[in-house]
Design a protein around this ligand. Structure first.
Ligand SMILES: Nc1ncnc2c1ncn2[C@@H]1O[C@H](COP(=O)(O)OP(=O)(O)OP(=O)(O)O)[C@@H](O)[C@H]1O
Length: 590
C-alpha cells in the first residue's frame, strides 16, 4: 500500500533516519511522511540493510495532522562516556559530535478515544546537524500550505462565568500551551459582562486576525456569531429586514467548550473536549454550518444555530434562569419541575417543507465529517428553495381556502396552502433544530439525522400528551438504540422556513420587542426582555436564550458561518472506540 501511495506522490526528500530506535527509510511528499522500517543497520558506513523486516510496521504521517516540528536541543554529548556506558548499544546512526541537534520531533494528532484527540511526539535522529536542519526547514515550509488555512493570530473571548466557571483555567492550562506550540498568537479578552464579546466584535479591526475563538458555552458562542454577522451585514450594506439574505463571513469561529451544555461544539466534534477543539483550530479545520434567522413577526431578532424550542424546553430554561447558583445541575431540577407541570400550549405551526430530494429527519443518516449531503448543499449554494417564494400566513383569521385539510391526529389539524403546511393544535413542545444538538445528556442529539450544513431545519412537533407519554419520549432521547420520534403524538419534518402563531397574542406582545437595534440591524444595548407571559403562552428557548413572546418566524441559511472544526468523525466499527454519539440505532440495525 505504501509503495502505491509513494508512486502517486512526488518524493521531495529522502533519508535514512533513526525512528523508534531503529533505522528507517523516510520519504517526504507534500502531504505525507512515509516511514519504511528496515531490518538492521549494516556494520559499516551506516548504510542500511534494505531488506524489509516482517515484524516491523511501516507508518504514514499525514502532514495535515502535524501541529509543528521542533529540533531537539540536547546538552553537548560526551562521546567517551557514551561509549563506555553503553558499549553494546551504540546509536544506529552516526553519533552526534556537535552541540547542535541532530534530532527533530514531529508533534501530531493522536486519536486516544471516541472523538477525543491528544497530541503525540515522533522523534527522528539524523546522521548530522545539517540533515536535521534540512528536514526541519522543509517540514515547516510544507506546514505553511496555504490551502490548509491554519490560523496565525486569533482573537479569544473567555466567559469566566460559563458552566463551572473554569473558562480561564481551561484556556491557560489546556489551550494556550498548544497554541504556543503551534506558533499561534492569541489576543485574549476575558468578558466582563453579557454582550461584551459582541460589542468588541462590532469595533475590532478584524482584518488583523485569522479567526475568533469562544471559550464558553452556547450562549457565548451565540454572542460571537451574532456580533460577527451583524458586523458583516452592516459593512456589506445588508439591512436585517424580514427574510433578508445575510452576508457570510470569511472569518472562522472556533469553540473551546467551557459551558454547561456545549451542544454546539458537541454536535460539531462529537465531544465537548477543550483539547480536541483546540487541536482542530490549530490544524485550520474548516466547516460550514447552517444559521437560522429568527424574527418576531417581521422584526429580526437574532441568528441561532442549535435549537429554538417552545413549550417544554422554553419553560425549562425560564425556570432554570432563576436557579443559576446551582450551576449545570439547574437544568436537571428545572427539567423535573417542568415535566411535572405537563403544560401544553395552543397555536398554529406553519412550515415550508424541504424539497423532494432533500433528506428527512428519520432517514437514518448521520452527518459525519466530510458529509456528502452537506458538501452538495454547499456547492449548490442553497439558500432557500422555494418556487413561488410563498409567504407565511400569520393571520389565523385569514387562513382561507386550504388546498388540503386532513386530521393528522386527534390533537391537531393540518392544511396546506401555497406550499406552506399548517398544523393547528395544542403542543407540549415545538422544537426547531438547525443541527443535531448533541450533549452529554443526549449524545445522539435531539434530531440524530440532522445535518450541520444542508440548509434545512428539523421541526419536531410534540402534541399535547400525558406525562407518561412524554416520559416515554424523553427516556428514548439519549437511547441510541430506539427511535425517539416513533410515537403517534410526535411528527417530524425537514423544513426551510417555519412560523408559530399562538391562538391569542399576549396582551403586551407588541411592547416586548426585545432587542433594540441600531442602523443595519446592529443591536445597541440590552437583550430580550422578559415580558408578561401568561400560562396560556410559553417562551422560546433560542440557543439557551429566552425570547419571552410566542410568535416566531425562522428562516435557515445554508452554511452561513464557517467554524474551525472537522465534523464528527465516524468511529471505527471494528474497534472498541465506538460511541453512542455516532454509532446509533441506525448503524447497528444495518
Ligand atoms: N462576564 C460575564 N458576566 C455575565 N454574563 C456573561 C459574562 N460573559 C458572558 N456572559 C453571558 O453568559 C451567558 C451564558 O454563558 P455561556 O453560554 O458561556 O455558559 P452556560 O450558559 O453555562 O453554557 P451553555 O450555554 O452551553 O449551557 C451568555 O449569554 C453570555 O453572554
Amino acid at each position: 500500500m505504501m509503495a502505491s501511495a509513494l508512486e502517486d506522490n512526488e518524493v521531495l526528500m529522502y533519508s535514512v533516519l533513526e525512528y523508534e530506535k531503529r533505522p528507517a527509510h523516510i520519504y517526504l511528499t507534500s502531504t505525507y511522511i512515509f516511514i519504511e522500517n528496515s531490518a538492521r543497520p549494516s556494520s559499516h558506513d551506516n548504510t542500511l540493510d534494505a531488506r524489509p523486516s516482517s515484524s516491523l510496521k511501516n507508518h504514514v504521517i499525514d502532514l495535515r495532522e502535524v501541529i509543528t516540528v521542533r529540533g531537539e536541543h540536547r546538552s553537548p554529548p560526551k562521546p567517551r562516556k557514551f561509549i563506555l556506558s553503553s558499549p553494546r548499544k551504540p546509536s544506529l546512526l552516526q553519533e552526534d559530535k556537535s552541540p547542535e541537534t541532530n534530532t527533530f520531533s514531529i508533534f501530531m494528532i493522536n486519536r486516544v478515544a471516541k472523538h477525543r484527540w491528544r497530541h503525540k511526539v515522533c522523534q527522528f535522529v539524523c546522521r548530522d546537524y545539517g540533515t536535521c536542519q534540512l528536514w526541519i526547514t522543509k517540514l515547516l515550509e510544507l506546514l505553511q500550505n496555504p490551502e490548509w488555512q491554519r490560523p496565525k493570530r486569533l482573537l479569544v473571548f473567555i466567559n469566566p462565568f460559563g458552566g463551572k466557571r473554569k473558562g480561564v483555567k481551561i484556556f491557560n492550562e489546556k489551550v494556550r500551551p498548544l497554541f504556543e506550540l503551534a506558533g499561534i498568537y492569541s489576543e485574549v479578552i476575558i468578558t466582563k459582562r453579557q454582550y461584551h464579546a459582541r460589542d468588541v466584535i462590532y469595533e475590532y479591526d478584524l482584518q488583523t486576525v485569522d479567526g475568533l475563538v469562544c471559550v464558553g458555552g452556547d450562549g457565548t458562542f451565540s454572542e460571537l456569531l451574532n456580533g460577527l454577522l451583524d458586523r458583516v451585514n452592516s459593512e456589506g450594506g445588508v439591512e436585517q429586514t424580514f427574510r433578508h439574505t445575510p452576508k457570510s463571513s470569511a472569518l472562522r469561529i472556533g469553540i473551546i467548550p467551557a459551558g454547561s451544555t456545549d451542544a454546539i461544539v458537541y454536535s460539531l466534534v462529537g465531544i465537548n473536549d477543550p483539547v480536541t477543539s483546540a487541536l482542530q483550530i490549530i490544524l485550520g479545520d474548516s466547516l460550514g454550518m447552517d444559521v437560522t434567522a429568527l424574527y418576531k413577526k417581521e422584526q429580526f431578532v437574532k441568528y441561532t444555530v442549535s435549537m429554538s424550542s417552545y413549550g417544554y424546553y422554553g419553560d425549562l430554561l425560564k425556570e432554570s434562569e432563576t436557579l443559576r447558583w446551582m450551576g449545570p445541575k439547574r437544568y436537571t431540577w428545572s427539567g423535573f419541575k417542568t415535566f411535572l407541570a405537563n403544560k401544553a400550549y395552543e397555536g398554529e405551526v406553519s412550515f415550508l417543507l424541504a424539497s423532494e430530494e432533500d433528506s428527512h429527519p428519520r432517514d437514518q443518516t448521520v452527518c459525519y465529517s466530510g458529509c456528502e449531503k452537506c458538501r452538495k448543499s454547499a456547492m449548490e449554494g442553497q439558500q432557500v428553495v422555494s418556487v413561488k417564494e410563498p409567504q407565511p400566513e400569520f393571520d389565523l383569521g385569514g387562513a382561507s381556502e386550504p388546498i388540503l385539510f386532513s386530521a393528522v391526529s386527534k390533537r391537531a389539524s393540518f392544511m396546506m396552502k401555497d406550499g406552506w403546511h399548517h398544523v393547528k393544535g395544542r403542543f407540549s413542545a415545538i422544537n426547531l433544530v438547525t443541527i443535531s444538538c448533541r450533549c452529554d445528556l443526549t449524545p445522539i442529539g435531539m434530531s440524530p439525522a440532522s445535518h450541520l450544513g444542508d440548509g434545512c431545519m428539523d421541526l419536531i412537533l410534540i402534541q399535547d400528551c400525558s406525562r407518561l407519554q412524554y416520559l416515554r419520549h424523553l427516556v428514548r432521547i439519549p437511547d441510541s438504540k430506539s427511535d425517539q420520534f416513533d410515537f403517534d403524538f410526535i411528527q417530524v419534518y425537514r423544513v426551510k422556513e417555519f412560523s408559530f402563531q399562538p391562538i391569542t397574542e399576549p396582551e403586551d406582545a407588541d411592547e416586548g420587542e426585545g432587542q433594540e437595534r441600531g442602523g443595519c440591524g446592529r443591536r445597541k444595548a440590552g437583550h430580550t426582555q422578559m415580558k408578561n407571559s401568561s400560562s396560556a403562552h410559553s417562551v422560546w428557548n433560542c440557543d439557551g436564550e429566552l425570547l419571552d413572546y410566542p410568535s416566531l418566524y425562522a428562516h435557515v441559511h445554508c452554511q452561513l458561518i464557517k467554524l474551525f472544526a472537522r465534523g464528527v468523525e465516524e468511529c471505527n466499527k471494528e474497534d472498541s472506540m465506538q460511541c453512542p454519539a455516532c454509532c446509533s440505532a441506525y448503524d447497528s440495525d444495518k
